[in-house]
Design a protein around this ligand. Structure first.
Ligand code: ZN
Length: 236
């Protein structure tokens, strides 16, 4: 939520469920949620190394699922599989830009999305959309990326979100019980209520390439895209 660039960290074990599901006092692992897949990585107790094969949110806790039982003691060191995570970060920020561009340029509403390492997809509620228009949207999105916008995230209260014209449309779509709203902002181009991990600067994304456009029912077009590899990426 606050720091997407920490790759390894120390933590204390708070709870072990069924021998393999670990709850920590703090974590930098991202749990599967909001269309962004979970992180994977490793956890060591100083004696043995365990693979973190899944991370999920359950009843307010973040559970780190290990590949085997037997973790000992109460202090662990954790390492996040950075290639996987960083691919998700680049894709997630790209996804926000693509969604906003399609919404502005075609009026489409986004009805679903899924982030992946190789490709990601969005579903648009459009009956007809021609290929030229889609290509124009992709060019627009790449133009936004090329501007090198800084991204930032911050928490605002629900009342603040309701008062700010830029955030009001976001706040209205949220369940009433949500009191604090985390906002992810991409320069002055886009703000969204969001819980995901993002790159610091859009220049880290690379270039969006359209993979396919599929019809998924009468009012649903599915657009898949990939990102060109970054030249020698060494972001931090
Ligand atoms: Zn998001």
């Amino acid at each position: 939520m606050q720091d997407a660039y920490t790759k390894d960290f120390d933590a204390e074990i708070k709870e072990i469920i069924d021998g393999r599901f670990i709850v920590l006092d703090r974590t930098f692992f991202y749990p599967n949620s909001g269309g962004q897949p979970n992180d994977t990585g490793e956890m060591t107790d100083g004696y043995d190394v365990f693979k973190v094969i899944n991370v999920v949110k359950k009843e307010g806790k973040i559970l780190h699922e290990l590949d085997k039982i037997g973790i000992k003691g109460d202090k662990v060191h954790c390492t996040i599989d950075w290639d996987r995570r960083y691919a998700h970060m680049r894709m997630h920020t790209a996804m926000h830009i693509v969604c906003e561009v399609f919404n502005r340029d075609s009026g489409a509403m986004i009805t679903g999305n899924q982030i992946g390492i190789e490709k990601s997809r969005i579903d648009l509620n459009l009956e007809i959309i021609d290929r030229e228009k889609i290509d124009a949207c992709v060019r627009h999105a790449n133009g936004i990326i090329a501007k090198g916008f800084e991204t930032r995230n911050f928490i605002v209260s629900r009342e603040e979100a309701d008062k700010n014209p830029r955030l009001t449309k976001l706040a209205m779509g949220l369940p009433p019980q949500i009191k604090d709203v985390r906002i992810v902002e991409i320069g002055d181009f886009d703000s969204q209520a969001d819980g995901g991990t993002h790159v610091r600067n859009t220049s880290e994304i690379g270039k969006i390439e359209l993979v396919s456009v599929d019809n998924k029912g009468k009012n649903n077009r599915r657009i898949s895209f990939s990102l060109s590899k970054l030249q020698n990426y060494d972001c931090c």
